[in-house]
Design a protein around this ligand. Sequence first.
Ligand SMILES: Cc1ncc(COP(=O)(O)O)c(C=O)c1O
Length: 481
Amino acid sequence: MLNRIARSSSKLPRSPVTATKPNGRLMSSTSDLQAFGERHVTKGLGRITPGVMTKGQGSYVEFQDGRKMLDFTCGIGVTNLGHSHPKVSKAAAEQCMNIVHAQCSIAFHEPYLRLIEKLLPVMPHPSLDSFFFWNSGSEAVEAALKMARIITGRQNIISMQGAYHGRTMGAMGVTKSKTIYSEGVAPLMPGVFSIPFPFWHQQAAPPETPTSVLTTQSLYQLHLLLSQQTSPSDTAAIIVEPVIGEGGYVPAPKEFLQGLREVCDKHGILLIMDEVQSGFGRTGTWFAIEESGVRPDILVMAKGLANGFPLSGVVSRKELTDKLKPGSMGGTYAGNAVACAAAVAVADAIKEEKILDNVNERSNELFSSLLSLQSDSALAPYILDIRGRGLMVAVEFASSENPGAIYDPTAVAITTKIPKGIASRVAKKCIEKGMLLLTTSVYEVVRFIPPLNISKEDMAKGCKVFEESVREVLKEAENEQ
Ligand SMILES: Cc1ncc(COP(=O)(O)O)c(C=O)c1O
């Protein structure tokens, strides 16, 4: 049998690029590694820039080819305290020398419990007192959905159009931001319904539409959904991001979140707040939901929680989690001791270094720089919207090619020639100029996710790079016509 396997595998085509050069030496140049990666890393993974990252320090990432880039992505909202924060790295390193894998179903470990001790006082509601840690945001969303079904004994879940909750099967089932995440994968998790998020695009309305109007429309659709498609008695949970991320960086109006709470209270539906991206100081408060005063039944967090160590958390109230049978939750690496020790240091650093104050100060500078671009008559026709909260900020460019453009008043009103794919072109230009920047959503949106402790100087630098990039892209597009 073994011989047969050996013989048949020897017929498999051999890879043209190997980990060592023909002279037996390890690959060292960027082009060698780039080619190796392109050959051997799945095509299913996209990247915004070629190259090999070698170092991350504070607000900067260094590449093997010598580039040093200002990081306005934070690795998609993760390294909120900057790369390799000394206090966080030290805590992780020390934990590595004590115990790395203190498996959570064998016994408690101290960093897990210390982390809960740190988190309890910063929870957006005192009822949130029962924790489970996992590795990624998607896994935490899976856990939240599973808990909601077990606790309520109901199956259906309502999510938001434009929502992103992850790429695993359940999380993907409630994700409604882009079809790429589930294309070709159906059947998706059954029992999922969605309503439009109160985002003007989703209601074919102009950006200046009052949030009260958007809220009414969305809550109206929720009531309709509960009468026409999923009975409240079959509905386990509503899952929502307080600032929708992959859907375009749109803060939910507080009246909308309060409306969801009322509906949940009336029908015994659980409200799951996905703060994977918006949590842990990103919006200027520990959690974005705080502003609305709304109490989540289940809160999901990840990303900034451990500043780059894989860690996510699901928090609920004991009265609910007591309904779970021991063994129904768990995971080999869940709540890893090194990641928990790092997260304890993150929580301390946020307080000691007055990170939330910095978020609010730098946020004002970012908004005022972006608004000044919008008030420049040469740029105004291209900038449709500037939005966000804290350091979770987006610029949406005008486009006549958005989905449903013929029904979209913003697209219909366009008289200026807008470069195709303008958001990606601007992000690419920023990268050429030494700043990492991401796009988001199915619209022409770039998102700013700088470190929460970014300096005034680096914020000014980032704003300058962005302005120059926008102007250059527009100039180049003009010359192309
Ligand atoms: C709001 C939200 N939920 C869930 C996830 C999934 O997290 P992960 O990529 O860690 O699985 C993300 C990731 O971007 C997210 O932004």
